[in-house]
Design a protein around this ligand. Structure first.
Ligand code: ATP
Ligand code: SF4
Ligand code: MG
Length: 367
């Protein structure tokens, strides 16, 4: 099994909100005690509802914001306090792809300058001629043409702009790329192309990917492992196939039960998630999911469940006191016709199925 390239241990980030002469600031617990490890060459997907802390976690992993506490290592080196040259090297080795390829690209810079800029920082010895050649090579790698270097971001489509963002991320020769919803702003047909591009680049360049995605279809198609977040914490993680086939945490079961039958090959009801996600300013005691969990009982309000290894596969862990009982007593029920499929989820999966059938999207290779 490949070595971990990036590891986080008990990573926590709190934000202080408000506060004045007369009132203490409140503490917003955006990420709480997250430990995870990303292995060389794999794609880890991070999924969860809006506001659960995905972007905050990704920004900490990139050292774009500081953790309140916890530790991180990259290739075995401690990076949570890295400064100076160590931080510059980290910026070269780990790159970020943003959700919105328009606002993340400076509109006044040509594509050539945008893609060439990281080379000025990370390869200052490179001559202007070599830099131009390298920019052409990077543009070709992401499916753009050398003459695109003279144009400006507004002259490109959304998918092309995301390709420019990817070329810029590749310029420093990174080992790991973190994408925060890298395709969610794009049309579904274009999403498939950009997903394929990222998968091809990962394989060709030996990259490791961490991808944040709302969309379970995207995750299913591109990740090797999934971490499911709820209200700042990882509640379940494991190999993608295991998570989709045998989710153990009631929250994951609820998320996945919205997937239409045809895609998954197994009929199931939608387990409705009732209520809003509670505020991270005042998270519930014990298991943070207890206010919405259909299986909650007294112990859930008192004790925080640890991430424990499940019965299904090595590396599959869930943070629920009772997942064994729940899996035995409440297997994912069979669906009756028409139950529990949101129109949006159904439409999205149909489009992915079409893309797969038409050969524009390749299925993820399973080991
Ligand atoms: N700089 C900040 N100051 C204060 N609160 C913040 C800050 N950044 C994030 N938060 C809060 O932290 C929580 C987690 O936010 P985050 O952006 O990480 O969520 P997310 O899972 O990425 O959501 P989305 O799917 O909507 O992008 C939210 O409650 C958010 O309001
Ligand atoms: S610990 Fe309790 S509340 Fe939390 S997910 Fe498990 S059953 Fe539900
Ligand atoms: Mg986010």
């Amino acid at each position: 099994m490949p070595e971990p390239i990036l590891e986080a241990l008990n990573l926590t980030r709190h934000f202080k909100i408000g506060g004045s002469l007369f009132a203490k600031p409140k503490v917003l617990r955006a990420v709480e005690d997250v430990s995870l490890s990303v292995r060389q060459g794999e794609t880890l997907a991070i999924v969860g509802e809006s506001g659960c802390g995905k972007s905050t976690l990704a920004r900490m992993l990139m050292r774009l914001i500081e953790p309140t506490s916890g530790q991180m290592t990259f290739e075995g080196r401690q990076i949570d306090r890295a400064k100076g040259r160590a931080l510059t090297e980290l910026r070269r080795d780990m790159q970020f792809i943003f959700q919105d390829p328009f606002s993340s690209l400076n509109p006044r810079m040509t594509v050539g300058r945008l893609v060439g800029e990281p080379l000025e920082t990370h390869a200052p010895e490179m001559s202007a001629k070599d830099r131009r050649a390298k920019v052409s090579e990077l543009l070709a790698q992401v499916g753009l043409r050398p003459e695109h270097a003279d144009r400006y971001p507004h002259e490109f489509s959304g998918g092309q702009r995301q390709r420019i963002g990817i070329a810029r991320a590749l310029a420093s020769g990174p080992k790991l790329i973190i994408g925060d919803e890298p395709v969610s702003a794009l049309d579904v047909s274009v999403q498939a192309q950009v997903i394929n591009l990222l998968a091809d680049l990962r394989d060709a360049l030996g990259l490791t990917l961490v991808v944040i995605a709302h969309d379970l279809a995207v995750i299913r198609h591109m990740s090797d492992r999934v971490a499911v977040m709820y209200l700042g914490s990882v509640v379940e993680e494991g190999p993608t196939d295991e998570i989709f086939a045998s989710p153990r945490h009631p929250y994951t079961r609820a998320l996945l039960s919205a997937i239409p039958v045809a895609e998954h090959g197994r009929a199931r009801h939608q387990i409705a998630l009732t209520g809003e996600m509670p505020s991270p300013l005042d998270p519930p005691s014990g298991c943070r999911f207890h206010t919405r969990c259909p299986f909650a009982r007294e112990a859930c309000r008192a004790d925080v469940p640890a991430l424990r290894v499940t019965d299904t596969a090595p590396g599959h862990r869930a943070a629920c006191h009772f997942f064994e009982e729940i899996a035995a007593e409440a297997p994912l029920p069979r669906a009756t016709e028409g139950s529990g499929r949101t129109a949006a989820a159904q439409a999205r999966f149909a489009m992915y199925a079409d893309a797969l059938a038409g050969g524009t999207l390749r299925p993820r290779e399973t080991a």
